[in-house]
Design a binder for this molecule. Structure first.
Ligand SMILES: [Zn+2]
Length: 528
């Protein structure tokens, strides 16, 4: 298809409106870099007129060497009672110093009359003035037609007149917004057809929200009708239920509609981009996310796993490597030998179907599962187990024990936790290290790292992302056990480990040690 579509990211403006989302200035810069690397065409940095942090971001990105992305400043049209050249908001937009300025205009009579409190005629003059003024100051102007679709279904003639006014005044593109996120794909399509019939020479873009669960569907519908710019956020972050999720929309447009927006190499960075932004937003990546989620290509149970092993695409809608993801096979009691072999292959370990070694590993997994281990959510522990069984393993440290203590002086105050570990390094050095922490597990984690990180500095980047505790029912005659699942990350990748014990601290300790061993094996290999 010859249609050229560009990506306009608004993670730093609309995305940052999301509940619980907050980016520091440093986070913002890292996101700008990552979006540029990925191949995003425009990055909306925020509203400099009302947000000093946005003004600062434009200041800091002005001299940044971006490969191709252009920063865009965002703001409103002029105030109803101010001349464009005296309007503080337009001035802030110009001061941002960006080549592209995006302004939003009311395109629904309801919003013009009731919210902006101007007549419909005045609204058109405001839009015309604002666009013309920004054009006269040599800016490229993108016009966001706010509430466009609601406006179109309220009074199509007026909504189209707003667009016409913007185009005549010099707006480069008319971005049609489903601001309340309540429209459905065919409503989007019908309205865009009308716009393109009326204004065949002005490009249109699409900006949707996900309130009806159609953010991405509406975006794709707009592209099918000829829209040439998609606006959205990474991971769909945004107010209420969020914006159109670019992480879903981009591969759908590129792989399914056949419209290339970024290079194949850049597209393969999608999973990384999604996880990086989640990390900076301090949100856990959603495992069920299309394309990039951990479960997006996970196959459970013997039969699917077997089929996927034979014909890769039999249960996969795309090749996961195209978006930087991979196939996961989840091993559990219900799955058969072929799942295990597949899992081993995923880890880069060759196992043959009918060898004593394979039987031995299967037997060991069964035993551990009976004790309460569950490897479905703990790939890294499973990989370690297979590595140990097949000799693809080496010892980075030998543990000689640990101790934790919790001291509470006043029940209303946080208690003080301390841990000590004793371990031995391969060169014979004995470490005996103590550390404090928020709770005994945190203290233990700190003590382990303190003992190891001079020898293995890569451990400094590792931190715990998630910690889950499950109390398992005691079976007849046994005491209840605790299963701990830990998710660790180094900012690039994340991995899960498991520990089981009658004691929560011991279970946590096993999972922590597995996590550290896994990281070291991956960084340094098993031949040292
Ligand atoms: Zn929006």
């Amino acid at each position: 298809m010859s249609q050229k579509v560009e990506i306009y990211d608004t993670t730093l403006r609309d995305g940052a409106q999301g509940p619980r989302i907050k980016f520091s200035s440093e986070d913002q810069l890292r996101i700008v870099r990552a979006l540029d690397d990925f191949g995003v065409h425009y990055i909306e940095g925020g509203q400099p007129g009302s947000n000093p942090k946005a003004a600062e971001l434009f200041e800091r990105t002005r001299d940044m060497k971006l490969k191709q992305a252009k920063m865009a400043a965002f703001g409103s049209t002029r105030h109803p009672r101010a001349a464009a050249e005296d309007d503080p908001n337009l001035k802030a937009l110009l001061d941002a110093g960006t080549e592209v300025v995006t302004i939003f205009a009311k395109s629904s009579p309801l919003h013009a009359r009731e919210v902006l409190r101007v007549t419909l005629e005045e609204n058109l003059v405001i839009i015309e003035d604002s666009v013309e003024y920004l054009r006269s100051q040599k800016r490229r102007v993108f016009l966001d037609a706010e509430h466009f679709f609601d406006g179109y279904y309220e009074d199509s003639e007026y909504a189209l007149t707003v667009l016409e006014t913007g185009a005549r005044a010099g707006a480069e593109i008319l971005v049609l917004c489903d601001t309340n996120g309540g429209r459905l794909p065919w409503e989007i399509a019908t309205a865009i057809r009308a716009v393109r019939a009326r204004l065949p020479d002005t490009p249109v873009g699409i900006h949707t929200h996900n309130d009806a669960g159609c953010g991405v569907a509406n975006t794709l519908s707009a592209i099918a009708e000829g829209a040439v710019q998609i606006q959205g956020t990474i991971n769909g972050y945004g107010e209420r239920t969020g914006n159109a999720n670019l992480v879903t929309a981009i591969p759908a447009v590129q792989l399914k509609m056949g419209i290339a927006m970024v290079t194949p190499e850049q597209l393969a960075g999608l999973t990384h981009l999604s996880h990086l932004v989640a990390e900076l937003a301090n949100m856990s990546p959603r495992e069920s996310d299309p394309f990039v989620g951990r479960d997006a290509f996970t196959h459970k149970g013997g039969m699917h796993a077997d089929a996927v092993a034979k014909v890769k695409h039999s249960y996969e809608h795309i090749n996961p490597s195209l978006v930087g993801n991979r196939t996961h096979i989840s091993v559990s009691e219900v799955s058969g030998r072929s799942s295990l072999l597949q899992k081993a292959a995923e880890f880069g370990i060759d196992l043959e179907r009918d060898t004593p070694q394979t039987r031995q590993i299967l037997k060991r997994i069964k035993e551990l599962e009976n004790e309460g281990y569950e490897f479905e959510g703990a790939d890294a522990s499973l990989e370690l187990l297979m590595r140990k069984a097949t000799g693809r393993y080496r010892t980075f440290f030998t543990l000689h024990g640990f101790r934790t203590s919790v001291e509470t002086r006043d029940a209303r105050q946080p208690s003080l936790s301390e841990a000590t570990v004793k371990l031995e390094l391969p060169d014979g050095t004995k470490m005996h290290t103590a550390a404090e922490g928020e709770g005994p597990v945190d203290a233990l984690n700190n003590a382990l790292r303190k003992a190891l990180q001079n020898t293995y500095p890569e451990l400094k980047t590792v931190h715990l992302e998630d910690y889950k505790v499950r109390i398992l029912d005691g079976q007849a005659g046994t005491r209840a056990k605790t299963r701990v699942l830990i998710e660790s990350t180094d900012g690039e990748d994340s991995w899960d480990t498991v520990g089981v014990s009658e004691n929560i601290i011991s279970a946590s300790y096993q999972a922590l040690v597995d996590s550290i061993e896994y990281k070291l094996l991956r960084e340094r290999g098993h031949e040292g």
